[in-house]
Design a protein around this ligand. Structure first.
Ligand code: NDP
Length: 455
C-alpha cells in the first residue's frame, strides 16, 4: 500500500511513499539489532565524525532540502532553510559531545573502589510530527546515534520526503544503513508497530496529547524508556513596563511562524490593561502586513496549514468561540486551493473558550487583558499544558515572579520560541515526559553501570 503526499499550498500530489506493515517494521528492527553490535562498539569520536560530516553535507545541500520541506510542509522557504540549518547545528552539537560521555567515580572506601560506566541501550524508536519534521528528527537521531544506539524513524504521513533527505545525508556521511532506518506509513499501522515492538528500548514521540497517551499504553513500561513531547498552549505575558515594539514583534513571530503550528508557539496572549489598546493596535497592523501565500514564493511570510484536518479544526474552534468574542482581524479561510487561513486576533473571550484551554495549532491568537501580574500568572497556569511560556518586562521583580510561579518546561524573558541545540527542551504537566536537546538528551539514550572493585 502507498500513501499520497500533497503540497498544502495547492493540494496537488507531489509524490507517494510506501506504507511499512507491522511485519516489515519487525524485520527492520531485527536488522537494527544486528547493526547495534557493531555501532555500539565504535569509538565515540568516530560516531561524532559521521555526524559532523552529515552536518556538512546538509549545509551544502540546504537549498534543495529546504525546498522539499516547503513543498510538503507548507512553511515559507526562509523558515525551511532555518530549520535545515538547525538540523546541521544539532548534529554538530552531538558530534562535539559524543566523545565526552563518561561516568563518575566515588572515593576509595572499605569496600574498595567504585565507578560508573555508560553504555548505549539498543534499538531506539522515533515518531516524528509534521510541523517541524527535520529538526525534531535531528533532536532524536542526533543523541541516539552519538551515544552508540541504532534507531528506527517514522516520519509523519504528510512530511516524509524531508526526513528521507536527512537520512540520505547521514548515509552519505558514512552512517551504516543498519544504524538508522526510516519507515514510512501511517501512525495507526507503521507508528503503532514501532510502539508495540518488544525489541525497542527507547521510544521518543512528539505530537498530540491523545496520541502520546495511546502510545504510552502500547509500550512495555518495564523495558522501554519513553520520551514524550506533547504540545502546549504557551502563554505570553506582556507587562506594562515591557518594550512594546519588541513584544509586538515577538507576538507576531511567536504566533504566526510556521502558520502557528509549533508546539511552543504563543497560543495565549495576556496584556496589561495600561498598554493593551496601544499593543493591540500595533499588533493588528503587524498582523495585517503578513504576506500570505505559497511558501516557495519569495517574500511569503505566512504559508498554508499543513493539512486539511488542521484547517477544519481551526475553522471550527474559531466558529465555536467567536459568537461572544470580538474578532480584531482574520477569522476566515482564504479563497483558493491551498489550506490558507487568515492570521487572526480575537479578544473578549469567555475564560472557558477552547481558544484559551486547548492547543490551537494554527494562526489564531486570543488576547486577554489583565490588571495584576498575579492574575495573569494564574491564567497562564490554568490549562493542562506546561511546555513554554514567556514574560515581557523590564522589571526583574516581574520576571522573577514568572520564573518562580509559572509551571512550564521552558520560560523565556523578553523572547519566545527559540531553542538552541545545547538547551534542554521538554514539558511540565501534560506537555510531556523527559527532555530532548542539550546534554540531558544523551542520558536518555544511555544506561549507567556501577562497577565495584574490591582489593
Ligand atoms: P499526532 O500526534 O496524531 O501525530 C504525530 C505523529 O504520531 C505522526 O507521525 C503520526 O503519524 C503518529 N501517530 C499517529 N497515531 C499513532 C499511533 N496510534 N501510534 C503511533 N504513532 C502514531 O498528531 P496529528 O497529526 O493528528 O495532529 C493533531 C494535533 O496534534 C495538532 O492539531 C496539534 O494540536 C497536535 N500536534 C502537536 C505537535 C507538537 O509539536 N506539539 C505536533 C503535531 C501535532 P501519521 O501522521 O503518519 O499518521
Amino acid at each position: 500500500m502507498t500513501i499520497d503526499v500533497f503540497n498544502p499550498a495547492n493540494n496537488e500530489k507531489i509524490g507517494e511513499v510506501k506504507e511499512f506493515t507491522e511485519d516489515e517494521v519487525g524485520s527492520t528492527i531485527e536488522r537494527l539489532q544486528n547493526g547495534f553490535s557493531e555501532w555500539s562498539k565504535r569509538k565515540p569520536s568516530s560516531r561524532g565524525m559521521v555526524l559532523y560530516k552529515a552536518a556538512e553535507i546538509i549545509r551544502a545541500d540546504q537549498d534543495r532540502l529546504a525546498m522539499i520541506l516547503t513543498s510538503e510542509q507548507g512553511k515559507p522557504y526562509f523558515e525551511a532553510r532555518n530549520e535545515i540549518q538547525g538540523v546541521a547545528a544539532v548534529f554538530e552539537f552531538y558530534a562535539s559531545i559524543a566523545g565526552t560521555i563518561c561516568g563518575h567515580t566515588t572515593p576509595k572506601s572499605d569496600y574498595g573502589y567504585a565507578f560508573t560506566s555508560k553504555f548505549p541501550i539498543g534499538v531506539c524508536g522515533a515518531i516524528i510530527p509534521w510541523n517541524v519534521p527535520a529538526l525534531i528528527m535531528a533532536w532524536k537521531v542526533g543523541p541516539a546515534i552519538a551515544s552508540g544506539n541504532t534507531i528506527i524513524v517514522k516520519p509523519a504521513e504528510t512530511t516524509p520526503f524531508t526526513n528521507m533527505g536527512i537520512a540520505e545525508a547521514l548515509y552519505s556521511a558514512g552512517l551504516p544503513e543498519d544504524v538508522l532506518a526510516l519507515v514510512t506509513g501511517s501512525g495507526s499501522i507503521t507508528g503503532a508497530a514501532i510502539a508495540k515492538n518488544r525489541n525497542i528500548r527507547h521510544l521518543s514521540f512528539t505530537g498530540s496529547v491523545d496520541t502520546g497517551e495511546r502510545i504510552s499504553k502500547m509500550i512495555d513500561p518495564g523495558k522501554v524508556r519513553l520520551t514524550l513531547e506533547l504540545g502546549g498552549s504557551d502563554p505570553m505575558i506582556v507587562c506594562k513596563d515591557a518594550d512594546i515594539d519588541k513584544a509586538v514583534a515577538g507576538a507576531v513571530t511567536g504566533r504566526f511562524y510556521n502558520c502557528g503550528q509549533i508546539c511552543t508557539a504563543v497560543k495565549r496572549l495576556y496584556v496589561a490593561d495600561e498598554v493593551a489598546d496601544r499593543f493591540i493596535d500595533k499588533l493588528k497592523t503587524a498582523t495585517e502586513q503578513l504576506r500570505i501565500g505559497d511558501g516557495a514564493i519569495e517574500g511569503t511570510n505566512l504559508g498554508p496549514l499543513n493539512n486539511i484536518k488542521g484547517l477544519n479544526s481551526i475553522k471550527k474552534i474559531v466558529e465555536d468561540s467567536s459568537s461572544s468574542a470580538k474578532v480584531i482581524t482574520g477569522a476566515k479561510k482564504l479563497d483558493g486551493p491551498g489550506n490558507f487561513y487568515a492570521p487572526t486576533l480575537i479578544t473578549d473571550l469567555e475564560s472557558d473558550s477552547r481558544l484559551l484551554t486547548e492547543e490551537v495549532f494554527g494562526p489564531v491568537l486570543p488576547i486577554v487583558r489583565f490588571e495584576k501580574l498575579e492574575e495573569a500568572i494564574e491564567m497562564a497556569n490554568s490549562t493542562r499544558f506546561g511546555l513554554g511560556a514567556s514574560i515581557w518586562t523590564n522589571d526583574m521583580r516581574n520576571a522573577s515572579k514568572a520564573i518562580d510561579k509559572i509551571r512550564s518546561g521552558i520560560l523565556w524573558v523578553n523572547r519566545h520560541s527559540r531553542i538552541p541545540p545545547e538547551v534542554p527542551f521538554g514539558g511540565d504537566k501534560n506537555s510531556g515526559i523527559g527532555r530532548e536537546n542539550g546534554l540531558n538528551a544523551l542520558e536518555q539514550y544511555l544506561v549507567e553501570k556501577t562497577v565495584i572493585i574490591s582489593p
